[in-house]
Design a protein around this ligand. Structure first.
Ligand SMILES: [Zn+2]
Length: 75
């Protein structure tokens, strides 16, 4: 549970400068300039669909990553 709505209270500033790689287009960017979203993925071994936070380089890559039927679940 969050006890503060101020980002500086729970985001470590140096984390925002961490080099990151987009899971969709594989481009490299700085974490703080990316887009964090709840994304869905399928576990290869079991076929189970799970969800977790993922950081993409752009909204475009988030939309490419998500299956269209999953986008409806995010609203
Ligand atoms: Zn990307």
């Amino acid at each position: 549970m969050l006890h503060s709505l101020k980002p500086q209270h729970f985001v470590i500033p140096r984390s925002l400068r961490t080099p990151w790689q987009c899971p969709e287009c594989k481009s490299r960017f700085v974490y703080g300039e990316g887009v964090m979203a709840l994304a869905h993925y399928r576990v290869t071994d079991t076929g189970e669909v799970k969800q977790g936070l993922a950081c993409f380089c752009s909204i475009t890559c988030l939309l490419r990553w998500e299956h269209p039927t999953m986008l409806g679940l995010m609203h």
